[in-house]
Design a protein around this ligand. Structure first.
Ligand code: FES
Length: 139
């Protein structure tokens, strides 16, 4: 599949500092999966929603990835603790492993995802709209 160069995920102000994540459908190595983006220390980060311990989704409520102190990403299944800024597991059953990162950026008041060969848009089931790099942002 040829991936678009970038996909608009959500408005930048939809991701508040250490708030809920934006969850979206992807294809990981050709298989359906989900991913999420959230804002941490002012920067948008995004990962495949898949624990490095076993392939389970992380969020303890839909879109809720951070612990109660809003400091760490915590897996809801066995409690693996991840550094939000780089996806490194710092405690739990998969310490030193990492979440699978997605490249994201912000422009024109939108958060964009830049698909890769490994993590592509979900064919026909993605709720986001491809936007060509040269296209003007929506009003
Ligand atoms: S599935 Fe995440 S810590 Fe076990």
């Amino acid at each position: 599949m040829n991936s678009p160069e970038r996909i608009a995920l959500c408005p930048t102000d939809a991701l508040v500092e250490r708030g809920r994540g934006h969850v979206f459908d992807v294809r990981l190595w050709g298989q359906p999966a989900r991913a999420f983006a959230l804002r941490f220390d002012g920067r948008v980060v995004a990962y495949v929603n898949r624990c490095a311990h076993v392939p389970a989704e992380l969020d303890w409520q839909p879109g809720e990835f951070l612990d109660l102190e809003r400091r760490w990403i915590v897996c809801s299944i066995h409690g693996a603790v991840y550094e939000p800024s780089n996806g490194l597991c710092v405690a739990g059953p998969c310490v030193h492993k990492r979440l699978i990162p997605l490249q994201v950026g912000e422009a024109d008041a939108l958060v964009y995802w830049y698909p890769s060969r490994d993590v592509e848009p979900a064919a026909g089931e993605c709720s986001t709209s491809p936007i060509a790099p040269s296209a003007a942002p929506p009003p």
